[in-house]
Design a protein around this ligand. Structure first.
Ligand code: ADP
Length: 494
């Protein structure tokens, strides 16, 4: 199969969250199964052209955003595993400091134009490259317009006659909803497409809705989230998803175990494995020193690495910090994003300097040191489409403490002393007391070394590899291809 991934981020080039991990990893596994997979992302300023040896291709292309003609070039390099990555290079939209907005967490005012441009440019780039995809796999609201263009403005474009689309929801909370009166003409759609079963969504033009309405197949990143978003977790999109229930797949994300590997991880002061994790103590000691904490092996050390977003359960985390201050517990938090969360948690750090250390930047190396050094990993998300951080934590023998929602419910199972099963600690009511009780349950087990070693062993053994998920993606792509063939009006008319 020829598969084109189009997304707003991809590791190692640019990352704000799990989307980038998926785009940088899933293609490698598809390629190993014999598919020709390519990736298109924007060329943001922060992507280092020299470091990644980006080569400019000899095309001068342009698309219209409203009445403005926007020129762009394509740059390219190879991702590990021999995957061509194409970067859409346009200085007006992408040559700026941030990815989606400035560092206070506020989105750029012209994001709607930026992703109209990107979606159109990705379509034109595909044609210029003469890469005829069987599947264009679009991710999140930034690329929601692509399936809509293929079924409207590009319906008669022979280049895409054999192309089906798959649209993946990585987080339904971000939908890209804009004023229709100005956005519809800017994007180049007809008012005939602005109907409740197409682009319209509660009197707005919603890019995710566009993707959901026009794509051949929809997926999301865990089976439980696929069910949840057809109900209250759907953020208004539940009815659309109920209508398309038969086309909705929930496929769990995996992680790249060659990258997140405590045996080979160069970011750690000492390496360890599931068979011998004595050196995890050295990683903990190093982290305690770095955080300015008392270095005590017996202290229960907890970590959290995530975007500063209320989705991640920061209300529970911040309430818990005071309540846990009388216990022998230290907490280290690494995150960036929402300024309100940043200021609030820094305030708590001043109150409890011996208990809480907060890092407020994006720091890949430190994230590895936290995953490896702490005993437990906090992820009390209000909702969580899949979550990669808890899966990464498991691979370092770090025990997740999570709310039972979305992908957390699919990957973390509560430890039971009666049968020694379970790879973490789970609470199932999103309430402060439940979260604190859950942490204290983990704390009690931590203080019983033989029981704790069982949970740690179970964590190490829980592997969520892409190998299984890729098989499900292949099946889904085949359904999308067959769906396209039967639905295509040209085939019907022959
Ligand atoms: P989401 O996609 O909602 O942000 P995930 O758990 O799916 O959450 O993925 C988060 C990814 O981003 C993980 O790889 C995590 O380690 C990483 N990450 C988040 N914040 C930071 C940060 N401040 N520094 C380094 N890595 C981070």
């Amino acid at each position: 199969m020829n598969i084109l991934m189009v997304a707003a981020e991809c590791v190692p080039f640019v990352k704000t969250g799990g989307l980038a991990d998926v785009i940088g990893t899933l293609p490698k596994y598809l390629k190993q199964n014999g598919h020709d997979v390519r990736i298109i992302i924007p060329k943001y300023r922060l992507i280092d052209g020299v470091k990644y040896d980006l080569q400019a291709l000899p095309y001068k292309l342009s698309v219209f955003v409203g009445k403005e003609q926007e020129n762009f070039r394509i740059k390219t390099c190879m991702l590990d595993g021999n995957i061509p990555v194409y970067f859409i290079d346009n200085s007006r939209y992408f040559n700026r400091l941030g990815i989606y907005g400035d560092d206070s967490g506020v989105g750029y005012g012209d994001n709607r134009e930026r992703f109209i441009f990107f979606s159109k440019a990705a379509i034109e780039a595909t044609k210029a490259l003469m890469f005829r995809p069987d599947i264009i796999h679009c991710h999140d609201w930034h690329t929601g317009l692509i399936p809509a263009y293929l079924k409207t403005t590009h319906l008669c474009d022979g280049f895409f006659w054999n192309t089906s689309t798959v649209y993946t929801i990585h987080n339904i909370a971000f939908q890209g909803s804009f004023d229709a009166a100005s956005t519809l003409p800017m994007a180049g759609f007809s008012w005939e497409d602005y109907k409740s079963d197409k682009l319209e969504f509660y009197n707005t033009f919603n890019y995710m809705k566009a993707g959901l309405a026009y794509t051949d197949i929809i997926s999301t990143v865990s089976p439980t989230y696929a069910k949840e978003i057809q109900g209250v977790a759907g953020k208004g999109m539940e009815v659309v998803l109920q209508v398309r229930k038969k086309d909705l797949y929930g496929i769990l994300n995996g992680i790249d175990y060659s990258y997140w590997n405590p045996m080979t991880d160069k970011n750690l002061v000492a390496n360890f494995s599931a068979n011998n994790y004595d050196n995890k103590k050295l990683c903990k000691k190093y982290l305690q020193e770095k955080c300015g904490f008392i270095q005590n092996e017996k202290t229960f050390m907890l970590g959290c690495v995530c975007r500063f977003d209320m989705q991640k359960g920061f209300d529970l985390i911040m309430d818990a910090i005071g309540k846990l201050s009388n216990f022998d517990i230290q907490i280290v938090v690494l995150g960036s994003g929402d300024r309100y969360i940043k200021d609030s948690i820094l305030y708590l750090q001043n109150l409890y300097p011996n208990k809480l250390k907060v890092y407020t930047n994006y720091d890949e190396k430190l994230s590895h040191q936290i995953y490896a050094g702490v005993d437990g990993f906090l992820m009390p998300s209000k909702f969580e489409p899949c979550g990669l951080s808890q899966i990464i934590a498991l691979s370092y023998g770090t025990v997740p403490i999570v709310n039972k929602t979305g992908g957390l419910a699919d990957t973390i199972h509560d430890f039971s002393e009666s049968n020694d099963k379970g790879n973490g600690f789970v609470f199932d009511l999103y309430k402060g007391e439940q979260f604190v009780d859950c942490i204290l349950r983990a704390y009690d087990i931590y203080n019983n070394k033989s029981l704790w070693n069982k949970v740690v062993q179970n964590s190490f053994l829980s592997q969520y590899s892409w190998i299984n998920s890729v098989k499900e993606y292949e099946k889904m792509y085949n359904v999308a291809i067959n769906r396209k063939i039967t639905d295509n009006i040209y085939y019907k008319n022959i």
